[in-house]
Design a protein around this ligand. Structure first.
Ligand code: NDP
Length: 474
């Protein structure tokens, strides 16, 4: 399998790399649940392609079928111009000023078609949520300012260095509870004092125009509070995995971002990683026939026995919450299906003192609607990192599959050759590209996806605790 044949086969316009039928349903559902007018931008092929898929009359680069109501057209033009001037000159944000209720004379579907056509002619400064954006498309080369919250291992060693390589975003601010780190980071990354916050004064970030996106990189139990506060401060949010420690927390985070009209992405870096995208394609497009069996495991040997990862109140659980989530994701994105049932087993603890609060090793099995099954291991005792799929007519695997790379892959027909990228830079650039363009983020990296995973994490614990098969169909 060489890089060029693989790359051309990927449908890069798909918001979620699964079957086109499912994509359409998701896109339609998303658009229908959004009460804002969606205006495709001329420079936004994904949005146009989405519209074209489910509205045959709308074709990228061509007017939609049916005449555009001239009153609506001039209304659109006037409102957008005024909004852009107010935003550009005075920073006045007229978000939500332009919703379906403003245009009661047209059906939603009809309006969307017309809006699609008009936008081909009228440059818009409205983002995917209907809010004026900061003229990003009118400022080529503008980078979104990211503030990292929590300057621990991942921020220090992966995210901050990656932000020196990104093209759509930059490290603009930090939020830390450790003053010495603030000093060090300000010097190292030339961060102005005004862009440095602690956990108490964090909410003042609302007034900071340098910060567009808040990236929450805290212990799991703190994700909810800081995502909600970031949204309330009017910032888009990226939140590390696992999204939170309970589904209720995840829902509160989704609701807060919706209420604030901000977008929420989860730190699912692998969704922007070429080897991972390739195995998604191989599995979901049944390149080797239907997937029958998946082996997805992620584990490592944990060090410091005092760290928050070993405290249930902060981590939500043990290895499963930390790296097991990658194995859940792997089984889901290779099959392109949601599991319908799960069984799980804890292994005996080899160090009951160290693992007194959380599990050490856990095994689980998913069943999928197609009949595919997966088996997974996660552990804090020894390493494994593998994603293997056995299909009707062959097999493919990544090993390593979930770490920072380079990932390595092969199939029953030969090696998988894909470009090696910096995962964190690709992830942040990918998210920010959509934010800059005013696109709705792809479903597979949003809070809803994070919630799906956290529900599965909980179901796995329930299955292991009860010894019963848990039905996930409800
Ligand atoms: P660390 O323990 O290294 O850092 C967490 C930071 O959070 C601390 O350094 C501290 O920063 C801040 N913090 C605030 N309150 C507390 C507290 N009570 N206890 C501990 N730390 C606190 O964790 P990681 O950076 O490894 O992980 C952070 C998040 O990122 C987790 O959700 C984890 O799952 C995720 N992660 C994701 C990875 C990925 O590949 N996507 C990889 C690694 C982690 P400060 O001193 O600045 O206040």
């Amino acid at each position: 399998m060489n890089a060029s044949s693989s790359t051309t086969a990927i449908d890069s316009t798909l918001p979620f790399p699964i079957s086109p039928c499912k994509v359409d349903e998701q896109v339609i559902a998303d658009y229908q649940t959004n009460d804002h007018v969606l205006i495709p931008q001329p420079d936004n092929p994904n949005r146009l392609a989405d519209l074209a898929r489910w509205m045959p009359g709308v074709k990228p680069g061509q007017p939609a079928a049916g005449d555009l109501n001239p009153v609506v057209k001039w209304q659109l033009l006037a409102i957008e111009r005024v909004k852009a001037w107010l935003w550009g000159l005075f920073g006045i944000n007229l978000s939500r000023c332009y919703t379906m209720t403003n245009l009661t004379t047209q059906s939603r579907r009809r309006f969307l078609m017309n809006a699609g056509a008009s936008a081909l002619a009228i440059p818009t400064l409205t983002d995917a949520l209907g809010r004026p954006i900061q003229s990003d498309s009118a400022q080529p080369g503008r980078k979104l300012g990211i503030a990292l919250v929590g300057l621990g291992y991942y921020s220090k060693n992966l995210l901050a260095p990656a932000l020196q390589q990104t093209t759509n975003c930059r490290l603009a601010g930090i939020v830390t509870g450790t003053p010495a780190k603030a000093e060090e980071w300000m010097k190292k990354y030339d961060i102005p004092k005004g862009n440095v916050y602690d956990y108490k004064n964090f909410d003042r970030i609302i007034d900071n125009k340098d910060i567009d996106v808040v990236y929450v990189v805290l212990p799991n139990s703190m994700h909810r509070e800081f995502v909600v506060r970031a949204a309330q401060a009017g910032k888009h949010v990226i939140c590390e995995k696992p999204m939170a420690i309970t589904p209720a927390d995840c829902q509160a985070m989704i609701d807060a971002c919706k209420k604030a009209d901000r977008q929420l992405a989860i730190g699912y870096r692998l969704h922007y990683e070429p080897f991972t995208q390739e195995v998604m394609r191989l599995g979901q497009q049944k390149v080797f026939g239907p997937v029958r069996f998946v082996e997805a495991s992620d584990a490592f040997k944990i060090g410091d026995p005092t760290q928050w990862r070993l405290k249930k109140s902060m981590a939500g659980g043990g290895a499963l919450m930390d790296v097991g989530i990658y194995a859940i994701q792997g089984a889901r994105y290779v099959t392109g299906e949601e599991p319908i049932s799960v069984t799980a087993q804890f292994s005996p603890k080899t160090d009951p003192q160290k693992f007194k609060d959380v599990e050490e090793t856990l095994f689980w099995q998913f069943q999928f609607p197609s009949g595919a099954v997966s088996n997974s291991t996660t552990s804090y005792t020894a390493g494994v990192e593998r994603l293997y799929a056995s299909c009707q007519d062959g097999w493919f695997e990544l090993s390593p599959a979930f770490g920072y790379g380079p990932l390595k892959g092969r199939t029953s027909k030969g090696p998988i050759e894909m470009p090696v990228v910096n995962h964190q830079a690709a992830h942040m650039d990918g998210v920010c590209k959509d934010l800059l363009a005013g696109n709705k983020l792809p479903n597979h990296v949003t809070g809803e996806e994070g919630l799906r995973d956290v529900k599965l994490l909980q179901a796995i614990y329930r299955a292991a605790e009860t010894g019963r098969k848990i039905d996930l169909k409800g």
